[in-house]
Design a protein around this ligand. Structure first.
Ligand SMILES: [Ca+2]
Length: 143
């Protein structure tokens, strides 16, 4: 597992890392902290290729990600105080979409600033996939 901050350092405490456990069990559990607004990109491996994983932040559903063909998922966070993340297998990819993740201003739907953030995360930070960025753009124009 790697955690790369856009600046400065990030403090990580791994509480659990056992990706061989069955669906429904927490495979990865770690606590991270850095300065607020510092975007940290997490990359977690040793997962099942193409399997969907549910990432929770502070016990709340945060993202669903499909592992790539090498068994890696990647996600980012930029709103900090100390946060605990957990990762578990899930059978569904539909729980949380990038449009939910990027709806961060409290106003329903995707606004322009949220599109800019998604595009920046894709092009500048390489934190999300092109498909995720496109999905946010589509939400901006259709919802
Ligand atoms: Ca919004």
């Amino acid at each position: 597992m790697t955690a790369i901050p856009s600046s400065g350092s990030v403090e990580i405490i791994v509480n659990k890392f056992d990706t061989s456990l069955a669906q429904g069990q927490i495979l990865v559990d770690f606590t991270a902290d850095t300065i607020d607004n510092n975007e940290v990109v997490f990359k977690v491996g040793d997962l099942k290729p193409n399997q969907y994983y549910l990432i929770k932040k502070e016990g709340v559903d945060y993202l669903t990600k499909q592992a790539d063909s090498s068994g890696y998922i990647q996600f980012s966070n930029s709103q900090w105080s100390t946060k605990t993340f957990t990762i578990e297998e899930t059978s569904s990819s539909t729980t949380i979409t990038p449009c939910d993740t990027y709806n961060i201003d409290g106003i329903p739907g995707i606004q322009f600033e949220e599109v800019v953030k998604a595009i920046s995360d894709y092009i500048v930070e390489d934190a999300i996939t092109k498909d995720d960025a496109i999905e946010v753009i589509i939400c901006y124009f259709t919802k």
